[in-house]
Design a protein around this ligand. Sequence first.
Ligand code: FAD
Length: 213
Amino acid sequence: MSKRKSCKERNHSDCESGWQAKFMNCKWDKAIGCHSGNNSPPVVENNNSKKKHTPLKSTDVQGKNYGPDIDDCTVPACKSTSNAFKTLVGGGSKTSLKRALPCPLLKDELGRNTWSLLHTMAANFPNNPSNDDQSKATAFINSMARFYPCKHCAADFQEDIVKNPPKVKSRIDFSIWMCEAHNRVNTKLGKTTFNCDINNLDLRWRDGGKKCE
Ligand code: FAD
């Protein structure tokens, strides 16, 4: 997987070119070079009168920073559950009580729920999809990759589906493609991979077997 360059690492020619730069909203400014955000960033003068770039952050209503740059992904969907786990085992803190209430999804919860939808959708895809079914399924995956709220996950997934476009010619093709896509994420995260045999996939995501009756 190619390393993602931040806006600041880009030179003039690749500042605004390529999907990564576009995705990150990289903009070229003569005075300060490549930067992120839709507006020109503020330029401040230091003692030597050199121009310095202060990264822009957009701010939500609660005063939290939800920066436009991919490297500044601070929404819950980008956060790991490890800290939430610590607060839970820490016992009875205000944070753990708060997490027991309905909360925005953290990265792993979002991931599990999303994979559940994707595998279940693939497991129930038509055996002989129409052209329209096929193009809608492909569009669904492309849209999901674009709007997936964990930004670095989305960026990698976008790259992945360019290299491995969705296979939507049949239910079996789609199920196996989904499994392999999930396995590439599993491998990246150092997790064990899943056996993508269709019988195994159907047992997990469609039929359930005896234990689920
Ligand atoms: P999950 O990986 O969520 O799996 C849920 C269940 O699916 C498993 O319990 C298992 O029964 C089944 N399963 C596992 N593998 C397969 C397979 N190959 N085929 C079929 N079924 C399977 N997290 C990051 O930290 N970084 C990322 O870059 C990242 N990218 C993601 C991209 C996408 C498109 C999605 C949907 C999620 C991404 N995630 C990412 C989240 C990550 O994949 C996991 O969902 C999260 O770490 C929780 O993992 P988990 O071990 O609970 O099980």
